[in-house]
Design a binder for this molecule. Structure first.
Ligand code: NIG
Ligand code: FE
Length: 392
């Protein structure tokens, strides 16, 4: 349930597990959670046969508004070429050439793919338009699918513009056009993209028109982005692969969520971020997919959980918590990521007796039922118990 009222401190307890449980849903919300034998009467009943039920995943970082793909870039990378921010421009050209309908169809396809894998809340960024028209329409498309939309006009400096002139555009007309469709503002703060001063300028301009800040930082180098995020008290700073001691301390003090994106390290053959160091320092950690056509083209939160456990030393409980409550915190949401009365009824049924199977059975499509706001959006398992021999 992730319900603090049921859980406790420490990795084994924080999930607030309930055995033999029932959940009562009323409309879009959870009305009751507890042991099935004590459940109140309900109009209809679904028996999931002893399967594990978890909160839907909260994927707090994705770039779904784009056209085309970069499979050749991936192939070259697997042959030894390294990832650089410059590849973004390939997708910018394809996105500008696409119609609104094409962009919308691509987002619909990816959101459906995410839902099949248990994601029930998703943040979506612009950032492949990089003109006023293309950023605004990217966000308008994203808004058709989620309220968690992020203006990432400062993704990279497009060809033919100086960085100074570009920052002026992003903080001027582009921000004005994007703001009605966005909740958040983000900057790619990295070598080859925007430096700390430019990021500060963009985030400050966003805050002035009511867009809360988040940041891409320390993905490829030990830059000052993470410290900037902590200093500005941003909701989240994402990637966090290369961190100095000072940066870790700053995160712990600020309460800014460190969003780790292990699919990126998997797909770019980079070292993984040090999750244990962050957790030990008391930093709040989220896991997200970063689904995008360049650095990481997976939409799978179960894959991210498996990588976090296998490659980053997180326990299965820590990884599930980071992929649900962690993502919710990164979006400053307390109505998702938790199964407790009053929360949105976003439920995922696994064809497994326990959440442990998410990491234990990597690559296996275990998600078998998905509800968003009390409505079934994915297949519901037929009545009938799990195969014999499983332990809870
Ligand atoms: O989060 N880091 C910046 N943006 C994306 C990559 C975008 C791309 O390569 O197209 C990321 O990894
Ligand atoms: Fe990203």
């Amino acid at each position: 349930t992730n319900d603090p009222a049921r859980g406790g401190a420490g990795p084994e307890h924080m999930l607030g597990r309930v055995g033999g449980a029932a959940i009562v849903v009323e409309g879009a919300r959870i009305a009751w959670v507890g042991s099935a034998v004590a459940a109140p009467a309900a109009d209809a009943r679904i028996d999931v046969g002893g399967r594990a039920v978890i909160p839907g995943f909260v994927d707090s970082h994705s770039h779904l508004v784009f056209a085309g793909d970069r499979a050749e870039e991936f192939e070259a990378r697997m042959a030894g070429r390294s990832y650089s921010a410059g590849g973004i421009r390939t997708t910018v050209a394809a996105t500008r050439a696409a119609s609104d309908e094409e962009l919308s169809a691509n987002v619909a396809r990816l959101v459906a793919e995410m839902r099949r894998q248990g994601t029930t809340t998703v943040e979506v960024k612009s950032g492949y338009g990089l003109t006023t028209r293309d950023e605004a329409r990217s966000l308008a498309v994203a808004r058709q699918f989620t309220d968690e939309t992020t203006f990432l006009g400062a993704h990279v400096v497009p060809e033919g513009v100086t960085p100074e002139a570009y920052v002026e555009e992003v903080t001027g007309p582009r921000l004005t056009a994007a703001a009605p469709y966005a909740k958040w503002i983000d900057v790619f703060c990295e070598d080859g993209a925007f430096d700390v001063d430019q990021a500060r300028t963009v985030l400050t301009a966003g805050a002035a028109v009511g867009l809360a800040g988040r940041l891409h930082a320390n993905q490829l180098t030990y830059g000052g982005g993470v410290r900037l995020a902590a200093e500005l008290g941003l909701a989240a700073v994402d990637h966090c692969t290369f961190l100095s001691e000072g940066a870790v301390d700053a995160l712990a003090d600020s309460g800014t969520v460190a969003t780790l994106l292990p699919g990126v390290e998997f797909s770019t053959r980079q070292p993984y971020p040090d999750a244990r160091r962050l957790l030990a320092a008391g930093v709040r950690v989220a896991l997200a997919s970063d689904c995008n056509p360049g650095s990481c083209y997976t939409s799978s939160m179960p894959l991210c959980i498996a990588l976090a456990v296998r490659e980053m030393g997180m326990s299965p409980a820590e990884a599930l918590y980071a992929a649900t409550v962690g993502g919710a915190a990164a979006l400053r949401r307390d109505d998702v990521g938790v199964l407790a009365p009053g929360c949105r009824a976003d439920l995922v049924v696994l064809d497994a007796p326990s959440y442990l199977h998410l990491a234990y059975r990597p690559g296996v499509p275990l998600v078998t039922g998905v509800w968003v706001a009390g409505r079934v959006v994915g297949r519901v398992p037929a009545d009938g118990p799990l195969a014999a021999g499983h332990t809870w």
